[in-house]
Design a protein around this ligand. Structure first.
Ligand SMILES: [Zn+2]
Length: 127
């Protein structure tokens, strides 16, 4: 009985020590992640402010919207920067969807983001 108790206590102490190490590792990882996220955010803010300072209208972001029209050859999908109206190619759209890094409009240089909701088709221009 005493031996079993002793074994149990040794095992318990060992487990507690291992758990303490895990906690320290987890805490280290959390602070590491915080530092990386902080650096990324700072870099994004820096880029954002650079674009902003170059724009007279004070708008550094541009929504990208998807439009669908029915044309002679069937349904046509196209993507457009709402700030300047330039069309995006599929490579631009794919990069934007991946969301790994900031994407800039090739025409107006604003930071693009995908509009969450499908936009209404652009109003017909008055003739
Ligand atoms: Zn644009």
């Amino acid at each position: 009985m005493k031996a079993a108790e002793g074994e149990y206590n040794v095992a318990k102490k060992k487990l507690e020590a291992e758990m303490a190490v895990d906690d320290r590792e987890i805490e280290a990882k959390i602070s590491e992640r915080g530092a990386i996220a902080g650096a990324c955010e700072k870099e994004m803010i820096r880029v954002y402010e650079r674009v902003l300072s170059a724009k007279d209208d004070g708008v550094a972001l541009a929504a990208v919207s998807k439009y669908e029209t029915i044309e002679d050859e069937g349904k046509v999908v196209y993507w457009q920067c709402e700030a300047c109206g330039v069309g995006l190619n599929m490579q631009d759209v794919n990069l934007l969807m991946m969301g790994r890094e900031l994407q800039f409009c090739r025409n107006c240089s604003r930071v693009m983001y995908l509009r969450a909701e499908p936009a209404a088709p652009p109003a017909p221009k008055p003739q």
